[in-house]
Design a protein around this ligand. Structure first.
Ligand code: FE
Ligand code: FE
Ligand code: ZN
Length: 268
């Protein structure tokens, strides 16, 4: 994974801790993990952003699903100690008709069971688009999860640009106000990583359909503002756009160009 990242000009990346749609984990190759940690240090990588499986739902109405989510998260965090000091990003969950209050309570209960002092990984709540009954669409919901979690010194937030726009935060036209709002409600010190995705849908659509950078409703100007924003430009930025490896290499080059101001005349 580290070598592939280097080939496309990346200095961080995301990876699934297990099959994103399934439950099983491969046995851990400690030597491989150590080799990755060494490569990442040698090439000055930023924190890596591991992603929990999509099937993990800490606030499902189904007890077995909740059980699996708690076990999988505990197991993933134990395994990530082989690659210490990185991030573990997860979708807070979908409350499936139980209501958002119940959802938040269950998420906090799960995190209280799983998060132990001494873990070197920071666990990131992802901002969600608000599709279906997703919890974490608003900054307020994320703040309530942070507040309800005992060891919340281990918690941070990963802001997904497609999701926040779909959730109704107009980052395409007013990044500054969205960051000010994030700071007011959650605190910018909690913001640890970004998912950079354009959106196939307009602000507030709640659809969660990622688009290539610059080809959706956010547009190139939004990403230029993000990579030039001092409150953001030191965070790991992860692409989850519909692309192959060459496509990602091109987007990384595009974003680096925008960051260095190479594309001065980005349309406003
Ligand atoms: Fe995600
Ligand atoms: Fe994402
Ligand atoms: Zn998404």
């Amino acid at each position: 994974m580290g070598e592939t990242a280097l080939e496309i000009g990346a200095n961080t990346f995301a990876f699934f801790t297990r099959n994103p749609r399934g439950g099983n984990v491969k046995p851990l190759d400690e030597a491989d993990a150590a080799a990755l940690a060494k490569l990442a240090a040698e090439h000055c990588f930023g924190p890596l952003v591991a992603h929990a499986p999509y099937t993990m739902n800490l606030c499902s109405a189904n007890e077995q699903t909740v059980d699996f989510a708690r076990r999988a998260m505990a197991e993933d965090l134990a395994r990530l100690e082989s690659l210490p000091g990185n991030y573990y990003n997860f979708h807070p969950g979908s409350h499936v008709k139980q209501g958002v209050d119940c959802g938040i309570e269950l998420i906090c209960e799960g995190l209280n069971q799983v998060l132990e002092p001494g873990l070197s990984t920071t666990v990131l709540l992802e901002t969600m688009a608000g599709k279906g009954s997703e919890v974490g669409r608003s900054f307020e919901e994320l703040a309530r999860i942070v507040d309800g979690t005992r060891h919340n010194e281990l918690l941070g937030v990963c802001l997904d640009t497609c999701h926040v726009s779909d959730a109704g935060y107009d980052i395409a036209h007013d990044l500054d106000s969205v960051l000010t709002e994030f700071d007011r409600v959650i605190g910018l010190e909690r913001l640890k990583a970004l998912h950079l995705n354009d959106s196939k849908n307009p602000c507030g659509a709640r659809k969660d359909r990622h688009e290539k950078i610059g080809q959706g409703h956010l547009g190139t100007s939004c990403f230029a503002a993000i990579v030039r924003e001092p409150r953001l430009n030191n965070l790991p930025m992860i692409l989850e756009t519909p692309n192959d490896l060459d496509g990602y290499a091109n987007e990384i080059a595009l974003l680096r160009g925008l960051a260095s101001g190479a594309a001065e005349e980005v349309e406003a």
